[in-house]
Design a protein. Structure first.
Length: 447
């Protein structure tokens, strides 16, 4: 049987439309959807059309009407028109009943609102027929599961919408501007001979770092606070280990020498090594493979030190119930622009240093870059290393940048926490810096 022409939203037909397997899947999915529909509308005084019997019949009707005329699906469209007309009449009658009996607006389980869940559920059941018979089976399964989850999550979604508020929506809008509007507009051609990195690659780096930071920010804000300080510190390390260090150090000054805070400070830096490895792997998998042993060793060392500090003061401490709130807005446009400028400057500096002074000068540049922000240097080296640059030298530069950043965080810890409360985590961060420098030398010696 030749491949048929499908509806605009269908990409093609399999050799056999009405196979027993697809019919069984269709009946199962429509019955599953009907169960969720019955549960949602079961307590309503005016029973909505649809359910465990109606949805399988609607799905079969939609599939059969489409199968009879797959080239010109007039029968299917006609059935869709009749169903839509009948649902419109039912919806109008429901609103009339609601207006005539205001008591339906009160009381648990019998409130009738102006929503269209019943209409959408019936239309989904009808459309599930041709989708299941013509598309890969994961498509109708995904549609049915998504519909069921959304149907049963009404209260949770409404509570989430109230929790999010306007500030979080503005943050999401800025994220969509960064990833969906600016990125497609920037050119993918080099604009200077000083570096081969294009504006598109620059903004792609901004998108990658912003996405990782934003995902960590959401988890830290809506999930980690319910689980305590260590969870917040771990996700803060994915978001920004430097910012997390400053927040924790300030708290350590007022809380005294709390082992839980010391462990959280080291934990956030340990997680930073996973963040660096993830970012490098996105842009340069070969360089990530060279870096993986060193970064994973540093990550393990940080976790072990944090565990020792945690158990040194006992598992129970009052700080465990507190959280580290992330900055209110991780996606300020000006922050992204500053990151892009730093990335461009370091990209030019990396290329110029390699050409004029050799790989050794790159290590000096990496050491200084770590005192500002380690991500621009990491991304610059990762993209530069895609050419003929030695991977070992690039990996060593990233390790040196991370080590200098740890020295900076040690200074922050002593400055904000004070000598008494900050000396232990500062020494731990200095130890991680020394281990990072040793790893850089080992990487170079093995090249």
């Amino acid at each position: 049987m030749e491949e048929q022409t499908a509806l605009p939203f269908l990409s093609g037909l399999p050799d056999t439309l009405l196979s027993p397997e697809r019919l069984a899947v269709l009946l199962g999915l429509s019955f599953f959807l009907g169960l969720a529909f019955e549960e949602y509308f079961g307590q309503r005084r005016l029973k909505a059309p649809g359910g465990v019997r109606t949805f399988p019949l609607l799905a079969l009707a939609g599939g059969l009407l489409y199968t009879l005329m797959p080239d010109t699906p007039l029968l299917f469209l006609g059935g869709l028109f009749v169903l839509g007309l009948w649902l419109a009449v039912w919806y109008w009658q429901r609103l009339e009943i609601q207006r005539a009996d205001p008591r339906l607006e009160h009381g648990p389980g019998i409130r009738l609102d102006g929503g269209i869940m019943a209409l959408v559920g019936n239309l989904l059941a009808y459309l599930l027929g041709p989708v299941t018979l013509t598309q890969p089976l994961w498509v109708p399964v995904a549609i049915a599961v998504t519909a069921v989850l959304l149907t049963g999550a009404r209260e949770r979604l409404h509570n989430f919408a109230e929790t999010v508020g306007g500030t979080e929506l503005a943050t999401l809008a800025k994220f969509l501007i960064i990833i969906g509007i600016v990125l497609p507009l920037v050119p993918d051609e080099p604009v200077t001979k000083l570096t081969t990195i294009t504006p598109y690659q620059v903004w792609l780096a901004v998108v990658v770092v912003s996405t990782l930071s934003y995902a960590s920010y959401l988890v830290q804000r809506f999930v980690a606070p319910r689980h305590g300080l260590l969870y917040s510190a771990a996700f803060g390390g994915l978001y920004s280990s430097t910012a997390t260090t400053v927040v924790l150090s300030r708290r350590a000054r007022t809380s005294g020498s709390a082992p839980m805070l010391h462990a959280a400070l080291v934990l956030s830096t340990g997680v930073m090594f996973l963040r660096i490895l993830t970012v490098v792997a996105i842009f340069n998998l070969a360089l990530a493979k060279v870096l993986a042993p060193s970064l994973l060793s540093l990550f393990t060392t940080g976790i072990l030190i944090a565990a020792l500090l945690y158990w040194r003061g006992g598992a129970a401490t009052s700080a465990n119930t507190e959280e580290v709130l992330p900055p209110s807005n991780p996606l300020e446009i000006q922050t992204a622009l500053v990151f892009a400028v730093l990335f461009i400057a370091l990209s030019v500096g990396v290329g110029w240093a390699r050409t004029e002074f050799g790989a050794e000068s790159l290590f000096v540049l990496a050491a200084f870059a770590g005192f500002t922000d380690v991500d621009p240097l990491v991304l610059s080296v990762a993209q530069e290393a895609q050419g003929t640059s030695p991977l070992a030298a690039s990996a060593a530069a990233i390790l040196i940048a991370a080590a200098s950043n740890n020295v900076l965080k040690g200074v922050y810890t002593l400055s904000f926490a004070g000598r008494a409360a900050g000396i232990v985590p500062a020494l731990a961060l200095l130890f991680l810096a020394l281990v990072g420098i040793a790893a850089a030398f080992i990487t170079l010696s093995l090249a």
